[in-house]
Design a protein around this ligand. Structure first.
Ligand code: ADP
Ligand code: MG
Length: 453
């Protein structure tokens, strides 16, 4: 019956929780209202009792074995007489690791995975192509080919989405492996707690016995020295064992202020995959995919031509905002039972549209570009033709075209009354160069990010 129960429990608590906590258990007896288990460690049994007792009792009940409570016999793995069939060897290191753990009073060790964040739901385009391909590779869980995978990019560009997708895929393919996904903030929290409770050794062991460790938003630990230190050691220990690590941050390792040099260089050792700011095509693709998904949620709702294009054009920063806008639009339209039109879109999303308009002005672009290239604003706009000024000027033109919805003649006027063909030439030039000049395209990305932050 335990085998049967396990199948259902795995569904209920998720594969990862199941592997971490329930799989190492063995049911030894059911009597006097007690469901008795052999557990490899005190820690594990406390944990299970606290978090999964209800689920386990309910499942046993469903199978016709009513019990009131769980009881545990703690017995180190290896001394057990017969290994349970559902307990593969690869769990051993984990179990012995947990063996010395005392009671821990935190919530889950890892963070839960969002069921919507899958590879299927991730729309791939030029800006996220490399990050996506690398994430897929890690998700397959083959031999480690780069370590760590370092995903970085601005807010709302899909870092967390990709990490959850990796975890999910990896767990599917390697059900007996241990996967730990958590934010850097949670990592710190756990660590500080372990310090307080004097369980640091156990904390270390716990982290060092996973097959795949994923730490989201690692920039959070910048400036937090003891956490950085601990992170560094955890990181090294896993890399030495050939275990895969995936890290995300809002910028490249070298650009994270307050992060120790040795950590920066360690983080840069694997594959750095940049999630670039979205393009119009990607935004439109995402909107189309989300619309498909919403259709089943709001059957019969029509959406007028041009609405998605309008949104992709106007909301340029953050996919989360884009999604939120679409969600609100659908909810609104279904409430009043009308087709989604452009007028309705503008009315319903006034605040969001205004916020994304306000985001970047041509003046801001000019200021940032001048600052970035260390030239005077007056020169950027003025007539000088030397390359050190002309190139940044073209970049500013390009960004003005990309990030605002001003027309070419309008942009021309802001650049000291230049003709719209001059602007067009500038934009084309940069597009061309950015295709072949990596340094330039990185500069542009950085500027975009600074402007849209
Ligand atoms: P980040 O962690 O980079 O701040 P998230 O991964 O949380 O961003 O993404 C924000 C939202 O945008 C999520 O709901 C995510 O599903 C969605 N999203 C981002 N990029 C894509 C994409 N390429 N395809 C589909 N959804 C995306
Ligand atoms: Mg995130």
């Amino acid at each position: 019956i335990w085998g049967q129960a396990c199948g259902q429990l795995e569904q209920e608590v998720g594969a990862n929780n199941y592997n971490l906590w329930i799989k190492p258990l063995r049911l030894v007896d059911l009597k006097d209202g007690n469901a008795e288990f052999a557990a490899p460690t005190r820690f594990l049994s406390d944990w299970v009792n606290r978090h999964f007792a209800q689920a386990i009792l309910a499942e046993l009940d469903r199978l016709g074995h009513r019990a009131e409570r769980l009881r545990f016999h703690v017995r180190p793995v290896g001394s057990s007489d017969a290994a349970a069939p559902r307990q593969p060897r690869s769990d051993r290191s984990a179990d012995t690791a947990a063996a010395s753990l005392q009671v821990e009073r935190s919530a889950d060790l890892g963070a839960p995975l969002d069921p919507r964040f899958t590879f299927e739901n991730f729309v791939v385009g030029k800006p996220n192509e490399l990050a996506h391909a690398a994430a897929r590779r890690v998700g397959e869980g083959g031999p480690v080919s780069f370590n760590p995978l370092f995903l970085y990019g601005g807010v709302g560009l899909g870092k967390t989405h990709l990490m959850h997708a990796i975890a999910r895929e990896y767990i599917d393919r390697h059900p007996d492996h241990r996967v730990l996904y958590l934010s850097a903030e949670q990592f710190m929290y756990r660590f500080v707690q372990a310090l307080k409770e004097k369980t640091v050794m156990d904390f270390k062991e716990m982290f060092r016995t996973v097959n795949l460790l994923m730490v989201d938003d690692v920039h959070f630990i910048a400036g937090k020295n003891s956490t950085q230190e601990e992170f560094f050691h955890t990181f090294n220990a896993l890399v030495d064992q050939g275990k895969q690590i995936v890290i995300s941050a809002d910028r490249a390792p070298g650009e994270i202020k307050g992060l120790e040099e040795r950590i920066k260089s360690r983080l840069s050792c694997g594959l750095l995959a940049d999630l670039h700011p979205t393009t119009y095509e990607l935004r439109l693709g995402i909107l189309q995919a989300k619309t498909e998904a919403f259709r089943s949620q709001y059957p019969g709702l029509e959406i007028a031509p041009g609405v998605l294009e309008f949104l992709a054009h106007r909301i340029t920063s953050n996919v989360r905002v884009l999604e939120g806008a679409l969600q609100r639009l659908f909810a609104f339209a279904s409430l009043i039972g009308r087709e989604i039109t452009l007028d309705m879109t503008q009315e319903c999303l006034t605040d969001i549209l205004r916020a994304s308009d306000r985001r970047v002005s041509i003046e801001e672009i000019q200021r940032k570009v001048a600052e970035h290239y260390n030239i005077r604003l007056a020169d950027l706009i003025g007539p000088k033709r030397v390359r050190t000024v002309a190139r940044p000027r073209q970049i500013a033109m390009y960004l003005s075209k990309q990030l605002t919805n001003r027309s070419l003649p309008e942009i021309g006027r802001r650049f000291g009354g230049r003709d719209h063909t001059t602007i067009m030439h500038g934009v084309k030039k940069i597009e061309e160069l950015a295709g072949s000049d990596e340094g330039l395209s990185e500069d542009i990305d950085l500027l975009k990010r600074l402007l849209e932050a």
